[in-house]
Design a binder for this molecule. Sequence first.
Ligand SMILES: [Zn+2]
Ligand SMILES: [Zn+2]
Length: 254
Amino acid sequence: MSVRRRAAELRDGLLDLVFAPVCAGCGTPVPTTEEERLVCRTCWSRARPVPAPRCGRCWAPLLPGREVGPRCAACEEVPAGIRVVRSAFLLEATTRALVHALKYRGWSAVAGPLARRMAELPFPEDVEEEARVCVPVPTSAARMRERGYNQAALLAAEFAARTGRASDPGLLVRGRSTDTQTALHPAERRANVAGAFAVPAGRADSIRGEHLLLVDDVWTTGATAVACARALLDAGARVVSVATFARVHPELDR
Ligand SMILES: [Zn+2]
Ligand SMILES: [Zn+2]
């Protein structure tokens, strides 16, 4: 073994001792040989992409053998102004842990590796061509103070940088503070977020006639994204597409 290589191994070993980089998903040390130091390979291998066949519009998994069309039954919940929804993975144990780390445990840097997977999402050609500006789902002022950042804005910035887009977190604001959505049923979620978002006065000119790409960490029932899209469409946007890191597995028997 060459002196240089031994020195490199020694250095990597010392770096591991000093920084002890652990995976944001599972907490085990990430070897220095891995390219991504924030999320280990095992966690990425456990993250399951939304399984095909999928709806071409809302990305809901369909029953095997079901014909893949431009719309599905779940699409009824998605307003016409939303062109497509795309999510990189199903929200399961590992992806939930990653989102949790980003959202609640202060791992803001995890936005990079997560957005890297979102950047690989297949969007229809017209969306690739038209949707050049990302808009993150805004967070409330209270949560911003508490966390110090909006995880959707971090994802949008990283996703935009990786796909040659711009990110404009100032295009949408959260008006009134909404209670956390976690414990609510779908209908309650919709009522909870309806009217919670708005395009600030003076920004409507920037979105008139545009196809915007809304970015969030998770698509649960779609209530939040739909409320955001409605605000953008009401303010003059022509159409909205949605990109999220993960999505809850919807009922397959629709
Ligand atoms: Zn891991
Ligand atoms: Zn659909």
